[in-house]
Design a protein around this ligand. Structure first.
Ligand code: UDP
Length: 377
């Protein structure tokens, strides 16, 4: 008999399990996949840590979260600086003075701001009502057309004027020469990969892999006092109110017989025609793979194709529109009535969470549930 059954060995589940164990609770973690770490899982291919479910770059402003993850891994100094490829034209991301210079030849922040203001006025945008208007207001029409419109359409499968403005606000716009994608104080990738980090979090905790909670609920429920469920909330309730929409991503991963394919960890293909959204070259997340005379002769790349989720696919991004928000609210009301079950994480809360926000949410939940202050952290 356990105090807690944690369904899902991703970040939310691992944080909860680690904290519960530190509080002296008996914990069992199960996952339907054959491995731990959920979507942050990294696997070794030819000495390269491959992010099997998409690139994950850890970044946070929360010292509490940074201190927490550093207990389980040492982080390298990776700084995310993706490059946009628009029909062979290369632009710096996020949108900053390098991008504005390449786009318009402007050199000073004043010139860049004037150009954006000119384009915003010409488009007649005052109060942005959707992603398209928000984007034009922030960076003008040229950048919207070349770097946002096609990429966003491919990623979300909907035109930008049907998407909420907040999605584009995730991206910084800077009037400095700074290609760091994130504004966060702390950033890096765990040395040795995320799987090793999650494995350290789960040290000494019982874990069962390849176990599907939903197909054997009675048995699993009888094993613990309470359940922490991090799977899809609509699946938990047998889709009784209808299925929540997700975007899914398909990865085509290749081992190439060359040391350097694209010279950067991430290249976004921002035109509408190229079928993939971006290509990740995993070795550049790590350091020491490009040392002079000592470089790895091979490289691993993943092309990412975005698609609408259908049963059987991996759900990645919750679709943040009014219809799905209303549907989620119905499931949330049902979840609140489940006394023995706590719902958490990206799928359990149907939320477009970054890794640090998931960890923070899990730590907050632990505080409530486990009388956290009494625990060894
Ligand atoms: N985006 C874009 N062009 C890019 C990169 C991002 O238009 O080259 C937009 C797109 O709408 C995307 C959003 O910015 O959904 C947020 O991007 P982010 O990189 O944060 O997405 P994630 O890392 O979650 O895939």
């Amino acid at each position: 008999m356990y105090d807690y059954l944690v369904v899902g060995a991703g970040l939310y589940g691992a944080v909860f399990a680690q904290q519960a164990k530190a509080c002296g609770k008996r914990v069992l973690v199960i996952d339907k996949r054959p491995h731990i770490a959920g979507n942050v899982y990294t696997e070794d291919i030819e000495g390269i840590k491959v992010h099997r479910y998409g690139a994950h770059i850890f970044h946070t402003n929360e010292k509490r979260v940074w201190d927490y993850v550093n207990k389980f891994a040492a982080f390298n100094r990776f700084t995310n600086s993706p490059v946009a490829n628009y029909h062979g034209e290369i632009y710096s991301l996020p949108f900053n003075m390098y991008t504005f210079n390449r786009m318009w030849g402007v050199v000073t922040p004043e010139e860049a701001k004037a150009k954006i203001e000119e384009q915003r006025c010409a488009a007649g945008i005052e109060e942005p009502k959707n992603l398209e208007e928000q984007a034009i207001r922030l960076v003008g029409t040229d950048i919207y057309e070349k770097l946002i419109k096609g990429y966003t359409m491919k990623q979300w499968g909907r035109p930008c004027n049907e998407l909420p403005a907040f999605i584009i606000k995730r991206l910084p716009v800077r009037f400095t020469y700074d290609n760091n994608y994130f504004n966060a104080l702390y950033q890096g990738i765990p040395i040795g990969g995320y799987t090793a980090m999650v494995s350290n979090m789960l040290d000494g905790i019982d874990v069962m892999l390849g176990e599907d909670y939903l197909t054997d609920r009675e048995r699993f429920n009888s094993m613990a006092e309470k359940v922490v469920y991090t799977g899809a909330i609509d699946a938990y309730f047998d889709f009784c109110e209808g299925a929540l929409a997700y975007r899914s991503v398909r990865f085509e991963t290749e081992l190439l017989d060359m040391p350097n394919f694209q010279g950067n960890a991430a290249v976004n293909y921002t035109d509408a025609k190229t079928p993939w959204t971006r290509i990740i070259e995993h070795k550049w997340f790590e350091f020491g793979k490009d040392t002079d005379g000592n470089e790895l002769p091979k490289t691993v790349i993943s092309r990412e194709y975005s698609s609408e989720w259908k049963p059987g696919d991996e759900p990645y991004y919750p679709v943040n529109d009014d219809e799905n928000a209303a549907l989620y609210a119905k499931y949330k009301a049902l979840a609140d009535k489940e006394e023995k079950v706590l719902f958490g994480g990206r799928l359990g809360e149907y939320k477009y969470y970054d890794m640090d926000a998931v960890i923070l949410a899990a730590l907050d939940m632990c505080e409530k549930e486990l009388n956290f202050t009494a625990c060894v952290k």
